[in-house]
Write a protein that binds this ligand. Structure first.
Ligand SMILES: Cc1cc2nc3c(=O)[nH]c(=O)nc-3n(C[C@H](O)[C@H](O)[C@H](O)COP(=O)(O)OP(=O)(O)OC[C@H]3O[C@@H](n4cnc5c(N)ncnc54)[C@H](O)[C@@H]3O)c2cc1C
Length: 322
């Protein structure tokens, strides 16, 4: 069993983890990135990305992540093909165990394990992901300019996504399987005051209807949750907005998490409840959830980690001198 030792251990190879790696490597921390089961993170599951700064043309998500990884490696990051299955955060250096049985030891730990959108779990949804079905209005709303779209859900995210989509679409339908929303009242007031949004109560999606060929999504087949009656709603975009799962199971009982299981960080920093452990990207951010914000907090985590190590090293030297 091999033990890999580093100043800076990073979990996750999405925009947050790789940005932390670029900054960490350039600060001389020789980071190791453990990639997890989704090397490159969520952006590898999409095609067109039009909102990452620096590119005038539409770029492809997987290409962007390959470039980020190449940059991280170029400045001295070691990439490991493994997934962490066990953590010990009770003492530094932190010791983590990979699925492969390999051991990873880091003076500081940066957690960038991301989050995954919750889906309805329908075969037709899976088949049309990226072809009309999305879980991110901020990411994909722009591609549906002037088109009829629907949002599925009843919480804050669904209402916010519906409101956001009215910037692009004159005809947004919000579909909810109950007869009232869980969303905050203030958001509901804005929703009901918006003439571009209609609400369909007591309806759930039975099928995302495929138009065949390059058409992608053309309609939703809906089932009334009270009467069981079926109906059809013609739309070109369907946004599933029923929440996200942050990848934090591994840290339960080891780090403070919020009520929705996101890692808690000190406001304005990436510091977690354990000194020397930093969190960045979607695993600590349930508000923005964008590649650029994940990259931004990844940079913050590396800078926070570098300062932490500098202080810890200084204290060690001072103690030794006493
Ligand atoms: C379909 C889709 C389209 C999108 N389009 C856009 C867009 O156009 N523009 C935009 O800005 N944003 C977009 N987003 C959102 C964007 O992808 C995320 O905000 C961003 O990827 C978050 O980055 P992250 O690094 O925090 O986490 P993620 O990208 O989720 O990466 C998490 C990483 O952690 C790793 N990991 C998880 N558990 C472990 C473990 N136990 N051990 C080791 N590693 C682990 C995973 O393998 C993965 O590499 C889109 C998202 C989706 C799903």
């Amino acid at each position: 069993m091999t033990t890999h030792t580093t100043r800076m251990l990073i979990l996750g190879s999405g925009p947050a983890g790789l940005s932390a790696a670029i900054y960490g490597a350039r600060a001389g921390m020789e980071p190791i990135v453990v990639q997890g089961i989704q090397p490159g993170g969520q952006l590898t599951t999409t095609t067109d990305v039009e909102n990452y700064p620096g590119f005038r043309e539409v770029i492809q998500g997987p290409w962007l992540m390959q470039e980020m990884q190449a940059q991280a490696e170029h400045v001295g990051t070691r990439m490991m093909w493994d997934t962490i299955v066990e953590v010990d955060l009770t003492r530094r250096p932190f010791r983590l165990i990979g699925d492969s049985g390999e051991i990873y030891v880091g003076d500081v730990l940066v957690i960038a394990t991301g989050a995954q959108a919750k889906w309805l779990g329908l075969d037709s949804e899976e088949a049309l992901k990226g072809k009309g079905v999305s879980a991110c209005a901020t990411c994909d709303g722009f591609f549906y300019r002037g088109k009829k779209v629907a949002v599925i859900g009843g919480g804050n995210t669904a209402v916010e996504e519906a409101l956001y989509l009215t910037n692009h679409s004159p005809d947004v339908t919000l579909i909810h399987r109950r007869d009232s929303f869980r969303a905050e009242k203030i958001l509901q007031q804005r929703l009901f005051a918006n003439e571009r949004i209609k609400v369909l109560w007591n309806k759930e999606v039975e099928t995302f209807v495929d138009g065949g060929g390059i058409a992608g999504l053309v309609a939703l087949e809906l089932r009334d949750t009270v009467t069981g009656e079926l109906s059809r709603l013609d739309v070109e975009g369907g946004f599933v907005a029923i929440g996200h799962h942050p990848a934090t199971e591994l840290f339960r009982g080891h780090l403070e998490l919020d009520a929705d299981h996101y890692i808690k960080v000190e406001t304005g920093t990436t510091r977690t409840s354990v000194p020397g452990v930093f969190a960045c990207g979607d695993v600590m951010d349930k508000v923005y959830r964008q590649a650029v914000t994940a990259a931004g907090t990844g940079c913050m985590a590396a800078l926070d980690a570098e300062r932490f190590l500098a202080e810890a090293d200084f204290e060690k030297v001072a103690e030794a001198a006493e």
